[in-house]
Design a protein around this ligand. Structure first.
Ligand code: NDP
Length: 397
């Protein structure tokens, strides 16, 4: 009997794809046996560069932070932001718990039912996942939330300790389903809107650190713009996630979950706004960033992926709360660097060298040629692919 595509080995799958032989060979060379176990129809790895923020001072502790990103200038900007924040970042973290939803379309009220069965609900959760209780976590609370006239969510607040917790939450929710059978639940799933995992980073920065009082006031004005204009806010938050998501990825965490939650939180006041606020306080630039961060340091792919283990080792094997603190701090540093670059004459100037390195490789320059081509491009007024190719040919001749 012929095997189904998903039953084949990675190389057997590659053999069936319509691709050139050199592409097939390159993909085959990049395979890893660990990653082949992680996803379906695996054929190869997609590698992303890792860089570091050399020194980030958070709650009086120094961290070296791994960042995985393909975007040039992000890591340079994060280091720049960390330098401006070298007096230190204060991070506050409250209770961190996941929210699991059981969803109903019903006119009936669930509040009395939940109240009457509270002990039974807690007991079912304990039996469904005893190990998370042994680790100090488990179901903390059950809240009935009326979503609309006939739609109700029963929210299960679950402490998943150092795991991101998606599977832990879903296991507990599924065990609770039979108890609610008479209300005909629509289904159960965790919510990625992690409002029980809010983390706040604040920093006070002397004007000299950002290039003087005028620059500081321009940063405040630009940030204020992003509180009023969703077009600007989207870009400001994307810039913040350039840093935050790079740390999320470098530690094997789910950056889609963190970004989805962050963008939802940015809309909590009814309009999409910048997540960070910058102001002048006590004659200093004051920054504040609160965002939901749902990550883990164990479980899921984290415990399996060697790259995630390396990322956590660079950080010094932190727990999940410390990782949250690092992520929010990198977000703040990244945001500060971007705002400063924009008000100081544009982002493009700082990006140039990295962009030209990418362009040089794109037109076929070898490592040695890149070193000679980039300074030549920096000296040009209007750089495009054609010009880069022309100068590369000149270097080669
Ligand atoms: P796991 O299901 O892997 O559970 C955590 C594991 O870590 C358990 O085996 C647990 O052991 C172990 N562990 C060891 N130390 C600790 C500790 N200190 N605290 C907690 N657990 C510990 O992982 P998650 O529940 O975190 O699930 C995450 C995965 O789910 C991710 O891959 C995610 O992408 C995926 N997912 C995401 C969804 C979403 O975002 N919407 C939906 C569904 C899945 P023990 O069993 O002994 O307790």
């Amino acid at each position: 009997m012929t095997k189904k595509f998903y039953e084949l080995t990675p190389d057997e799958r590659l053999a069936l794809l319509t691709i050139d032989d050199d592409v097939r060979a390159a993909l085959s060379e990049q395979q890893s046996t660990v990653n082949a176990q992680l996803v379906e129809n695996y054929i190869s790895d997609f590698r992303v560069p890792i860089g570091v923020v050399r020194d980030l001072l958070i709650n009086r502790q120094h961290y070296q932070v791994p960042m995985a990103t393909e975007e040039p200038s992000v890591i340079a900007a994060a280091n720049n932001g960390a330098k401006m924040l070298s007096a230190g970042i204060d991070v506050q973290i409250g209770r961190t718990a996941m929210i699991g939803q059981m969803m109903f379309v019903t006119e009936k009220s669930l509040a009395d039912f939940v109240q009457a069965h509270r002990l039974e609900i807690l007991d079912i959760a304990r039996q469904a996942r005893p190990s998370i209780y042994q680790r100090g976590g488990g179901l903390l609370d059950v809240v009935v939330r009326q979503v609309s006239e006939n739609e109700t969510s029963v929210d299960f607040i679950i402490d998943t300790q150092d795991a991101m917790g998606a599977n832990i939450v879903d296991t507990i929710l599924e065990a609770e389903l039979p108890l609610f059978e008479s209300f005909h639940p629509l289904g159960v799933i965790l919510s990625n809107y992690a409002t029980q995992q809010l983390v706040t980073a604040t920093a006070d920065i002397a004007f000299e650190r950002v290039g003087g009082e005028h620059v500081a006031r321009q940063i405040v004005a630009l940030n204020h713009f992003a509180q009023s204009d969703p077009y600007r806010a989207t870009t400001e938050n994307k810039g913040l996630f350039n840093g935050a998501s790079a740390v999320v990825l470098a530690t094997g965490n789910d950056w889609r979950a963190v970004e989805a939650s962050g963008h939802a939180y940015a809309s909590r006041n009814g309009q999409y706004q910048a997540l960070t606020t910058w102001s002048i306080k006590n004659n200093q630039l004051h920054g504040e960033l609160t965002m939901p961060i749902s990550v883990g340091t164990v479980g899921g792919a984290i415990s399996v992926l060697p790259a995630a283990q390396n990322g956590l080792a660079i950080l010094g094997h932190v727990n999940a709360d410390e990782l949250r603190m690092v992520i929010v701090s990198v977000g703040l540093a990244q945001n500060l660097a971007a705002l400063k670059a924009i008000v100081s004459g544009g982002i493009q100037q700082g990006h140039m060298r990295m962009q030209y390195r990418a362009l040089a490789m794109q037109v076929g320059a070898e490592v040695d040629e890149v070193k000679r081509l980039v300074p030549r491009l920096m000296a040009e007024k209007h750089v495009a692919t054609e010009l880069a190719t022309k100068i590369l040919m000149e270097i080669r001749n």
